[in-house]
Write a protein that binds this ligand. Structure first.
Ligand code: ADP
Length: 295
C-alpha cells in the first residue's frame, strides 16, 4: 500500500521521555498517534501524567528525549497558522477574571483569522452563560464552559481538553461531553480529552487510550476492546498455552500464588479468535476491569 494515500496524522509522539527535576520519570518512551477525526478519551489515574502528556503534545512542555509533531511540524516550533488550528482547554483555565465573557471573547476573536460567531452565540445561550457578568462571578462550571467555547470558536482541527468536565456535577458530565463532541464531529476535528472518570467515556469516546507507567498501554475503540480483551487465569503453563493458541497479545500479567497466573489478553480480530473467544476459560471484561488493569 502506498503511504501517500494515508492521511497525515494530526499528532505523532515518538519515544517521549519526560521527568520533573528530582522525580521519577512521568513519560517513559511514550509513543502515540492521533489521526484526523479521532475522538480519544485519555484515561489514567490521578498523577499518571495525563496533564504532562497533553502539555507535551501541545509543545508546552519540553520532553528530555523524543519527538512531537503536530500537523507535520515539530511541536516546539509550530508557526502561527498551525497554532490557529489548535484549541486547548487546560485544567485550570486562565480566563481573565476581571473581564466579562463578552469582552473575553471579543479579545480572543482578534487573534484568529477564523472565528465562528454564530457558534459562539449559540453556545453562550445554550450553555447559559451571562455575557456581561464579570468572569470571577461565574460558577466553576460556567467558567469551564466559557473556556470551552473560547477553544471551539476558531474551529480548531485539534481540540485538546484536560479534564473538561471536572467542574460539572456528575449528572451533567456525560451529556455535556456528548454535546461537546457533537459540536466538532461534523468538521472531522481530532479531539483528545483526559479523564479519570469512567462514566465520562460511555457513549462519548470512540477511542480509549490508557496511560500506564509512562506509556500508552493500549488504544482502541471501547467496543473493540470489550469484544477482544479477555481475562484468563490458571497454571502459568496453561495460561501461556492458551494465549499462544489464540494468537493473543498479552496486555497484563500477574503471577499468583502456587504457580498460578492471571493475564489480560487481546484476541486478534479474526474468525479464529472469535471461536477462541468462546473458550470458557476466557472471561469477558468490562470498562471498569480495563481501567483497573490498564491504568
Ligand atoms: P495527571 O494529569 O494524570 O493527574 P500529572 O501530569 O498532573 O498527572 O502529574 C504527573 C506526575 O508529575 C505527578 O507525580 C505530579 O506530581 C508530577 N508533576 C506534575 N506537574 C509537575 C510540576 N510542574 N513540577 C513537578 N512535578 C509535577
Amino acid at each position: 500500500m502506498s503511504t501517500a494515500t494515508l492521511p497525515q496524522p494530526t499528532a505523532t509522539l515518538d519515544q517521549l521521555e519526560l521527568n520533573y527535576p528530582g522525580q521519577a520519570p512521568v513519560l517513559r518512551g511514550l509513543s502515540w498517534q492521533l489521526l484526523p477525526g479521532q475522538v480519544v478519551g485519555l484515561l489514567g489515574r490521578n498523577g499518571a501524567g495525563k496533564t504532562t502528556l497533553l502539555e507535551a503534545l501541545l509543545g508546552l512542555r519540553e520532553p528530555q528525549a523524543g519527538q512531537v509533531r503536530l500537523f507535520g511540524q515539530a511541536a516546539a516550533e509550530i508557526d502561527d497558522a498551525t497554532r490557529a488550528r489548535i484549541g486547548y482547554v487546560p485544567q485550570q483555565s486562565d480566563l481573565f477574571e476581571g473581564f466579562t465573557p463578552a469582552q473575553l471573547l471579543s479579545y480572543f476573536k482578534s487573534f484568529y483569522p477564523r472565528w465562528n460567531e454564530a457558534k459562539v452565540e449559540g453556545l453562550m445561550s445554550r450553555w447559559d452563560i451571562a455575557r456581561d457578568k464579570p468572569i470571577a462571578k461565574l460558577s466553576g462550571g460556567q467558567q469551564q464552559r466559557l473556556s470551552i467555547i473560547r477553544a471551539l470558536a476558531h474551529e480548531p482541527d485539534l481540540l485538546v481538553l484536560d479534564e473538561p468536565v471536572a467542574s460539572l456535577d456528575p449528572a451533567g458530565r456525560r451529556d455535556f461531553l456528548r454535546e461537546l463532541v457533537d459540536q466538532v464531529l461534523d468538521r472531522g476535528t481530532t479531539v483528545v480529552f483526559s479523564t479519570h472518570i469512567l462514566s465520562d467515556l460511555e457513549r462519548v469516546a470512540f477511542n480509549l487510550a490508557f496511560l500506564q507507567a509512562g506509556r500508552i498501554a493500549v488504544q482502541a475503540p471501547l467496543d473493540e476492546l470489550i469484544e477482544q480483551v479477555r481475562s484468563v487465569q490458571g497454571s502459568a503453563a496453561e495460561v501461556q498455552a492458551l494465549t499462544q493458541a489464540c494468537g493473543a497479545q498479552v496486555l497484563r500479567s500477574h503471577a499468583l500464588d502456587g504457580g498460578q497466573e492471571r493475564r489480560l489478553i487481546r484476541l486478534p480480530a479474526d474468525a479464529a479468535a472469535a471461536t477462541a473467544a468462546l473458550d470458557e476459560r476466557l472471561q469477558a471484561v468490562n470498562l471498569e476491569d480495563l481501567f483497573m488493569e490498564l491504568t
